[in-house]
Ligand binder design. Structure first.
Ligand SMILES: Nc1ncnc2c1ncn2[C@@H]1O[C@H](COP(=O)(O)OP(=O)(O)OP(=O)(O)O)[C@@H](O)[C@H]1O
Length: 355
């Protein structure tokens, strides 16, 4: 096994910088998600690590060794893409055996290793089937077995679950995580799906326009986003804008919002506060003053979306809509048009420099 270090990696296509000075340390045995909008450079980064494409500048090291000049087949990397190109005219077992056969391994060794890989992905009894006799999820497991049978040092997954429907996708997320833990392989996972990134990975890197805008454990990025982009891309966030007071902001109508985390900024400069919808309390009035929920805003409910276990309220105030998510624990429901008081704690409020 091995970690992967990417240092100051840049890659342009014509005038377009697909990767712009990206540095990430992918820890040995870790599960790392690369997240970002379409065209942000996720696949380009994966292709550089795999060796399908080469950087204009920067370094890539696998297990501490520079691999910029090492061809793809010598990097000992397992790869699974969304369009898992299995050989249609070969059995499942032969598909999985392919990499080992090319390497010239003995037949008995191949049979053993293939069976072990198929057992690991829980397809041990389906080795003689053809790919068209499998479901989408099963085909994706074959692709995974094929990627890991050669005992690669690193596993690269590019939207591997993208073609699966929601229920199957959730099953496969659990399965993939189990397999990754079992073999302890360094895994780099590209996804569009923020929930998938949050639930599966030890660390997340958010890319935008070829640059790494933030990276860290899921909780850290969620609780302490460093930019409006990170706050709104990973999870939902209300962004309030104003002038900094040093410890928070003053909104255009003069209301102050206190922040418990984030950058320290000189008073008077433009800044934003980000607050997650589930951190805001909503009530008909302010009730008994409570220092914990020191941030208060009056508003009016414009819309309520009932989703069974929770409701989302859209609250209008000073030409801004604030989103609040409340668990439906049996307390009264607020109706559209109702005047309400929103309250939340400074600790749930992150101060962000204006972008
Ligand atoms: N071979 C290429 N030639 C020209 N431009 C390219 C090439 N490969 C990628 N690009 C461009 O580089 C940028 C990054 O592409 P990349 O595929 O890495 O994005 P991505 O984040 O993986 O997007 P998606 O989520 O849509 O797959 C895009 O603007 C893309 O058009």
């Amino acid at each position: 096994m091995a970690g992967v270090q990417v240092s100051n990696l840049s890659r342009s296509f014509g005038a377009h910088k697909a990767l712009d000075d990206v540095s990430i340390d992918f820890a040995d045995g870790g599960f790392y998600a690369l997240l970002g909008p379409s065209g942000s450079g996720k696949t380009t980064l994966l292709r550089q690590i795999a060796g399908f494409d080469f950087p204009d500048s920067g370094r890539i090291a696998i297990g501490g060794e520079s691999v910029e000049r090492v061809p793809v087949e010598k990097r000992r990397i397992g790869i699974v893409f969304q369009n898992y190109a299995l050989f249609p005219n070969m059995s499942v077992a032969d598909n999985v055996a392919f990499g080992l056969s090319v390497r010239g391994e003995a037949k008995a060794v191949i049979a053993d290793e293939v069976q072990r890989a198929l057992d690991l992905v829980q397809l041990g009894k389906l080795g003689s089937r053809r790919p068209h006799q499998l479901s989408g999820g099963q085909r994706q497991r074959v692709a995974l077995a094929r990627a890991i049978v050669t005992k690669p040092r690193v596993l690269l997954l590019d939207e591997p679950l993208g073609a699966l429907d929601k229920a199957l996708r959730v099953d496969m997320q659990i399965e993939l995580k189990r397999i990754q833990r079992e073999i302890g392989i360094t895994t780099i996972f590209v996804t569009h799906d923020q929930e998938e990134a949050l639930t599966m990975s030890d660390r997340i890197g958010i890319l935008r326009d070829g640059r790494l805008v933030q990276e860290g454990p899921p909780e850290e990025i969620y609780d302490s986003p460093k930019s409006e982009f990170a706050a709104t891309f990973l999870g939902d966030a209300n962004i309030l804008r104003g002038d900094t007071t040093g410890t928070g902001i003053r909104l255009p109508d003069g209301t102050t919002i206190a922040a418990g985390a984030g950058v320290s900024l000189a008073a008077g400069t433009k800044a934003s506060c980000a607050v997650r919808p589930e951190r805001i309390r909503i009530a008909i009035d302010a009730g008994v003053p409570d220092q914990t929920y020191a941030n208060l805003l009056k508003g009016q409910v414009s819309k309520r979306i009932f989703a069974g276990n929770n409701s989302t309220y859209f609250v209008e105030r000073d030409s801004q809509t604030i989103k609040v998510i409340v668990q439906n624990t049996g307390i009264e429901r607020l109706v559209e048009g109702q005047d309400v008081m929103l309250s939340w704690s400074p600790e749930s409020t992150v101060l962000i420099a204006a972008s």
